[in-house]
Design a protein around this ligand. Structure first.
Ligand code: 5AD
Ligand code: SF4
Length: 436
């Protein structure tokens, strides 16, 4: 009998990729994905602990699934991801009906864990980072037009607010030979775009003089026949080299988009965050990127309400937004994460001030995004068609090289194709156009 799995994912692209890997493994065990947890035999929650909000959401959904399991005791319930990694056994104590808890380093154990659960084992806990699979533990992959490829994991930066280094461990890079082999295999199975993943891809293989640097790795990937597009995320401004900036000008497959989180516009706050760059240095990098590729799309992450952030600091963040005019922005309210350096400081910006600042920031960014999207009206963009648009079956949806979503009238035979689309309308979250 076919079994169904429902998986809820919180957090970053790394986590989305982990969920994909779990699904691929589960397929091998006879599972098929469902979007309705009510019909699932297995429910997985892939959690994120980077901020309080996604963590709380994961806890609340787990509460709901725990109640659901009271009515259907045969449903298997498991927790994965960074909260699982951090909490381990404590998670089992909090949610006694959980069947298993496993960390990001144990994904390849999932079939084994399930076998044990099916044999009647309760409350399994597998956390730990030491044997996290990189590309050396090949996991089954289904055909993917756009595929994530992990090139490094962990983080050594220890920004004062950030839990990631504690949860995902120290930086570890995958050997370039294996990354290249994985991408070649993906391309053979139909992949046209790869998204290289790492918490800080700019420091790929740092300190390993026998390994390729990140820009050299990009150059090698750029040579793979049949691959159309390369993207990467996330970059740290302190490690953005001239060589990497130059790669955007040199490599035809590297998409003109960089996600370059700045976090705060005030030097005082940046210093307390331990980011390792100043506002002026960040702005200089933006200028250099635009010198090399004038149309480059720049997106970023920013936080409001960091301990000690005053009105003047926040004004500097708003000013930076106006000056750079980001193509897109992810903005968050600071939340203390236990175990980090900043958690020892007083979380002294009142919640209503954080909320107000976030709203001001988002209002400003909304106007900038619309303005930038409208500036694209009349331009012809290369679009990789992914499938039918969300709103209409007569329309197709794809992504431009700048990472914007583009909708356009067209048939489903265009799925997977690179097409040229003339942009007719710039909307708040997407573009609309016609085939050119
Ligand atoms: N509070 C709020 N936002 C945070 N981020 C990371 N840690 C915190 C925290 N403690 C944000 C940063 C990061 C993004 C993934 O999440 O902006 O780039
Ligand atoms: Fe969240 Fe960080 Fe874990 Fe990604 S690595 S899921 S952002 S805590």
């Amino acid at each position: 009998m076919e079994r169904l799995v429902y998986i809820k994912t919180f957090g970053c692209q790394m986590n989305e990729h982990d969920s994909e890997r779990m699904l691929a493994l589960l397929k091998g065990c006879g599972y098929r994905e469902t979007q309705r947890y009510e019909e699932a035999h297995l429910i997985l929650v892939n959690t994120c602990s980077v901020r309080a909000k996604p963590e709380q959401k994961a806890y609340s959904i787990l509460g709901r699934f725990q109640r659901f399991k009271m009515e259907r005791p045969n449903v298997i319930l498991g927790v994965a991801g960074c909260v699982a990694q951090q909490e381990g056994e404590r998670m089992l104590a909090k949610f006694p009906s959980l069947d298993f808890v496993f960390g990001p380093g144990k994904i390849h154990h999932l079939p084994e864990i399930l076998r044990e659960v099916e044999r009647g084992q309760k409350g399994l806990c597998e956390v730990g980072l030491e044997d996290r699979p990189s590309t050396d533990v090949p996991l089954p992959r289904t055909r993917q037009l756009r595929a994530y490829v992990t090139i490094m994991e962990g983080c050594d930066n220890f920004c004062s607010y950030c839990i990631i280094p504690y949860v995902r461990g120290r930086e570890r890079s995958c050997p370039s030979s294996e990354i290249l082999a994985e991408i070649e295999a993906l391309v053979e199975r139909g992949t046209k775009e790869v998204i290289l993943l790492g918490q800080n891809v700019n420091s790929y293989a740092e300190g390993d003089s026998d390994e390729l640097t990140f820009p050299r790795l990009l150059a090698k990937i750029n040579e793979i026949q049949g691959l159309e597009r390369i993207r990467f995320t996330t970059s740290h401004p302190k490690d953005l080299t001239e060589e990497l900036i130059g790669a955007f000008g040199r490599l035809n497959r590297l998409c003109e988009h960089i996600h370059l989180p700045f976090q705060a516009g005030s030097n005082v706050v940046l210093e307390k965050m331990g980011r390792g760059y100043t506002r002026e240095e960040y702005l200089a990098e933006v200028r250099r990127l635009r010198e090399v590729v004038p149309c480059i799309s720049i997106t970023a992450d920013v936080m409001v309400g960091f301990p000690g952030e005053g009105g003047e600091d926040f004004a500097q963040t708003m000013g930076l937004l106006r000056e750079v005019e980001f193509d897109g922005l992810f903005s968050f309210k600071y939340s203390a994460r236990k175990g980090t350096k900043a958690a020892r400081w007083k979380d002294d910006v009142p919640p209503e001030v954080k909320q107000r600042r976030l709203e001001l920031l988002q209002e400003l960014q909304r106007a900038i995004t619309i303005k930038k999207n409208r500036e694209l009206e009349g331009e012809v963009l290369e679009v990789l068609t992914e499938g039918s648009s969300r709103n209409s079956s007569q329309e197709m949806m794809g992504r431009a090289r700048c990472n914007r979503i583009v909708n356009f009238p067209g048939g489903s035979k265009l799925a997977g194709e690179l097409v040229r689309v003339k942009i007719e309308e710039g909307l708040p979250n997407s573009l609309r156009g016609e085939l050119f």
